[in-house]
Design a protein around this ligand. Structure first.
Ligand code: COI
Length: 364
């Protein structure tokens, strides 16, 4: 049976004026709504005590296993307001199923799909005033962050017997402060994000932590983000610290690294593979050598590169830099037409401006 989420504390944390000021300039991931969801799992009782409560600090033991062994997973989703005021989210079953796969990989308890979606509904219904107004071409939304962690106070290394599930929400503008301006990428060879048999396909905090040193290396080299290669041969493109990657060739091929178990199975990634067909493009999922990117940029065959994810939507990539060289396929003035038109198609569906023929939207 699905977990019930009872509203245990109603008062809003912030005044209407403070909320409106935040909504006028939300940034990404810096402001949080008035409430949050919490539920507990124990080995003896399973999932219980689902509640929507005031947003605020969590009290956990300094011995909580998550703080020592990183037994933790999360999801990233968005709530979109349509022109008629209704609020929707995008492919939540896909996130719920990925959350379950991540849970299995990290030896955490699975949360059933209905409870996962009900938890989003419970929070968004109470904090609906935090979902930005629909406006022409609007790209602001309420970012939803479900997460689960080992809250048992125990220092032995084994799956925790007590786990906490939460959902928090944060009004969101563009992930990158420059909006959809192209970002530059650094090819990280000193660091890998994930290895074979590891946790690369799980959405767990450790993958993001392990991307940070490469990201810093990239920033020191003057780039915005790092792109990671496969850890065994350092030959094939995997993904950025928190986004999947696509290459668009001038002959109409649109190529993304295949899912090898070390890459996050992005919901935006899989949606793009479908939408690209509507634009007459030929999607390919396969191993992509980093050399192919460099060669195709040099020969002029490469039209565009873009990164994608729930937070970043679709963000064009410009220059690629590595230790000892760089290339920029945009030198011929190509204007990221494919990236921008897929981005528009996706946003139009999410904001209810185009028909949702695949049933990707769920009302919250
Ligand atoms: C998302 O796109 O939702 C993520 O979780 C990635 C992170 C870079 C914000």
């Amino acid at each position: 049976m699905a977990l019930q989420f009872t509203v245990s504390e109603r008062p809003d944390r912030l005044s209407t004026a403070d909320r409106d000021a935040i909504l006028a300039n939300p940034g990404f991931g810096v402001h949080f709504t008035d409430h949050m969801v919490r539920a507990t799992w124990t080995k003896d009782e399973g999932w219980h005590d689902g509640q929507v409560t005031a947003y605020g600090p969590l009290s956990i033991s300094p011995a909580a296993a998550v703080l020592h062994y990183a037994q933790e997973i999360f999801e990233g989703m968005k709530a979109y307001r349509h022109a008629d005021g209704s609020i929707w989210t995008f492919r939540p079953e896909a996130n719920a199923q990925r959350f379950q796969r991540s849970a299995r990989r990290m030896a955490l308890p699975e949360l059933d799909e209905d409870s996962f979606i009900d938890s989003l509904k419970a929070l968004v219904q109470l904090d609906s005033a935090w979902v930005p107004e629909a406006a022409d071409g609007a790209e602001t939304s309420l970012y939803l962050r479900p997460f689960m962690f080992a809250s048992e106070a125990f220092l032995g290394v084994r799956p925790a017997n007590e786990v906490t599930y939460c959902v928090i929400a944060s009004p969101a503008g563009s992930y990158f402060s420059g909006g959809v301006k192209p970002v530059s990428l650094w090819v990280s060879t000193d660091y890998a994000r994930a290895g074979e048999g590891g946790t690369g396909a799980a959405k767990c905090g450790g993958n993001y932590a392990s991307s940070l040193a490469g990201q810093l290396e990239g920033i020191e080299a003057g780039c915005d983000q790092a792109v990671f290669l496969d850890s065994s041969t350092h030959t094939y493109i995997e993904e950025l610290g928190g986004m999947n990657l696509f290459l668009v060739f001038k002959d109409g091929r649109i190529v993304t690294p295949e899912l090898t178990g070390t890459i996050l199975e992005g919901v935006t990634r899989s949606s793009i593979l479908e939408l690209a067909k509507e634009l007459g493009l030929e999607p390919e999922e396969r191993r992509v050598p980093i050399q192919e990117w460099k060669d195709a940029a040099a020969s002029g065959e490469l039209a565009e590169v873009f990164a994608c994810g729930t937070a970043a939507v679709i963000t064009p990539v410009g220059e690629l830099k590595w230790n000892g060289g760089s290339c920029d396929h945009r030198r011929d003035g190509h204007q990221d037409a494919v990236a921008l038109s897929i981005r528009q198609k996706l946003l139009d569906i999410q904001y209810g401006r185009a028909e949702d023929s695949r049933g990707w939207l769920t009302r919250l």
